[in-house]
Design a protein around this ligand. Structure first.
Ligand code: FMN
Length: 371
């Protein structure tokens, strides 16, 4: 039987991937002052035993005020870096799965409550609250306090913050950096005309709206070792009239490609409460397909990919090179094992779990330890 594409190896820049399954970044809202806690050892630790090709650390703030919530993880101080090193040391002791990190700044969507306590904006005069900053003084929701508009010095500071965090990521031996330019956070706010109404060279035309995200990309790429990929996660559309759309996304992807971007990860939405998302299985795959047609670098599809044959079909039809899973991995962290079993492929399992191999699948586990 031919090997399923899902279980064929792949390369992004100098990063070798054992198969096509990527674990998408997932905020855990369990950090203290930006520092990872034991929760991250548990969370990342069990995902690192899953057999996926790549584990992506959650949206990690490049500045304290760029956190979505007070409990977000960050990589903006020596303390954050030390906490992440402790976490990574623990995970890596038992898994050799490559680990990437998503670097992020929430812009106007900063200073909110954690999801399980309601997500609402926290005012700057409350505990755990601060003034958010954004391309334009436009709040995400009309009821919210407007963010402070970023000036030129602020832009330099933020661009440097992304680069500094990328240097910390390099010191932590992370395999790749993903810039978060999706879901309505800072870089996406610059891209979308619904959030960016600046009249300087960072607003207006598409070239102007792309300028800051591209500057951040260039600074990040320069700060992270050559050969280790810097990829970008985009929202392919705002799903709202007058917003960011797939044609602009394709143009942005081409500009990123010219600057050495490793891969484009195509998500969508998050910029405006007015969005109307046609939610359903593979709902973002057509966006990935459109980006794939615009660039030669690898494209990652994500969003309600839950079934093995569905994942294989996305790769088989050439809509994307890799698939990313978020909720399916939380629900079933052994999804890659089950997918390998389904397709008759082999997958890595930790030595400690080798005895769990079902008797009717005598060749499932690649013996040799690690993730
Ligand atoms: C708990 C949770 C946390 C998330 N945090 C992030 C994040 O840190 N960065 C990001 O880009 N997307 C984040 N997402 C979105 C996922 O990465 C993914 O794009 C989305 O859930 C759709 O994929 P899925 O259908 O496989 O879950 C999060 C999703 C979940 C469920």
């Amino acid at each position: 039987m031919a090997v399923a594409t899902l279980f064929t190896p792949f390369h992004v820049d100098g990063l070798a991937l054992a198969n096509r399954i990527v674990i998408a970044p997932m905020c855990q809202y369990s950090a203290e002052d930006g520092c990872m806690t034991d929760w991250h050892v548990i969370h990342l630790g069990h995902l690192a035993l899953s057999g996926a090709a790549l584990l992506t650390i959650e949206a990690t703030a490049v500045a304290a005020e760029g956190r979505i919530t007070y409990a977000d993880s960050g990589l903006y101080s020596d303390a954050c870096e030390a906490a992440m090193r402790r976490t990574l040391d623990a995970v890596r002791r038992w898994s050799d799965m490559p680990i990437a990190i998503q670097l992020a700044h929430a812009g106007r969507k900063a200073s909110t409550e954690v999801p399980w306590k309601g997500r609402g904006q926290i005012a700057p005069d409350h505990a755990h609250g601060w003034i958010a900053e954004a391309p334009s003084p436009l709040p995400f929701a009309k009821s919210e306090l407007a963010p402070k508009m970023l000036n030129r010095d602020d832009l330099r500071r933020l661009r440097d913050a992304f680069a500094d965090s990328a240097r910390r990521a390099a010191r932590l031996d992370l395999a790749a950096v993903q810039l978060h330019a999706a879901h309505g956070y800072l870089l996406h706010q610059f891209l979308s005309p619904l959030a960016n109404q600046r009249d300087d060279e960072y607003g207006g035309s598409l070239a102007n709206r792309m300028r800051f995200p591209l500057e951040v990309f260039e600074a990040t790429r320069a700060a992270f070792p050559a050969g280790r990929p810097v990829s970008v996660r985009v929202s392919g559309t705002d799903w709202a009239d007058g917003g960011w759309d797939i044609a602009q996304t394709a143009a942005f992807a081409q500009e990123l490609e010219k600057r050495g971007c490793g891969a484009i990860h195509v998500s969508s939405g998050g910029l405006t409460p007015a969005q109307k998302i046609p939610m359903g299985p593979s709902y973002q795959v057509p966006l990935a397909r459109a980006v794939k047609q615009a660039v030669k670098i690898p494209v990652i599809a994500v969003g309600l990919i839950t079934e093995f044959e569905q994942a294989e079909a996305i790769l088989g039809t050439g809509d994307a090179d890799l698939i990313a899973l978020a909720r399916a991995m939380l629900y079933d962290p052994r999804w890659p094992w089950h997918a390998a079993a389904h397709f008759g492929a082999r997958i890595k399992a930790p030595d400690q779990y080798l005895r769990s191999q079902p008797h009717y699948l005598p060749h499932l586990f690649d013996v040799g330890g690690g993730g």
